[in-house]
Design a protein around this ligand. Structure first.
Ligand SMILES: [Zn+2]
Length: 178
């Protein structure tokens, strides 16, 4: 399980407590400016044994940003995370080829996903969101959720039910590593 775009105090602490209830560990692709604003929430993610990835400082669109600016933004995020190398996920899952090349000089892995929950989609009901994510997830899946205000309503319904369904099938939830 991966959680993008946090940390935010309105959602992330709740996510952490649900994950703890199911003894699940995940990977959080954090936005640097949110970490800067909410260092105590960020600390809790790390203390709970989840892994952390860089998701740029300002959630940049790579295809709308020059390479130099994009790389600087990634470095700025790495600085607040106090983390050299590791995992990177481009916002929106997209960036220029030249940016991929540069990012791979700084990071061991660029992590995409095979299951996108669409938890951020206000047009999707929580029930349908859950049904889709349950159907698409399988052993070894990398599933994307969002610990963001936008995704909150769907996530509050989907996350505990997702964890329960797969815990009942004896799945374990491991954080990604390099
Ligand atoms: Zn994102």
């Amino acid at each position: 399980m991966t959680f993008d775009d946090g940390p935010v105090p309105e959602v992330t602490p709740w996510v952490l407590s649900v994950l703890a209830d199911f003894k699940a560990r995940a990977t959080f692709f954090v936005v640097g400016e949110n970490v800067k604003k909410h260092p105590e929430v960020f600390r809790r993610i790390v203390e709970q044994g989840h892994s952390i990835g860089n998701h740029t400082y300002n959630h940049l669109k790579g295809w709308k940003t020059g390479d130099k600016g994009y790389l600087e933004n990634c470095r700025k995020c790495a600085e607040v995370l106090n983390q050299e190398g590791g995992l990177f996920r481009p916002p929106y899952g997209r960036m220029r080829k030249s940016q991929i090349k540069e990012v791979l000089k700084m990071y061991e892995k660029i992590v995409m996903w095979d299951v996108l929950s669409y938890d951020f989609d206000k047009l999707l009901s929580p029930e349908v969101c859950l049904k889709k994510v349950l159907r698409k997830s399988r052993e070894g899946s990398i599933v994307v959720f969002h610990d963001s205000i936008k995704a909150k309503d769907n996530l509050e319904f989907v996350l505990p039910r997702f964890l329960e369904a797969f815990s009942n099938k004896e799945f374990v939830f491991e954080p990604l590593s390099v």
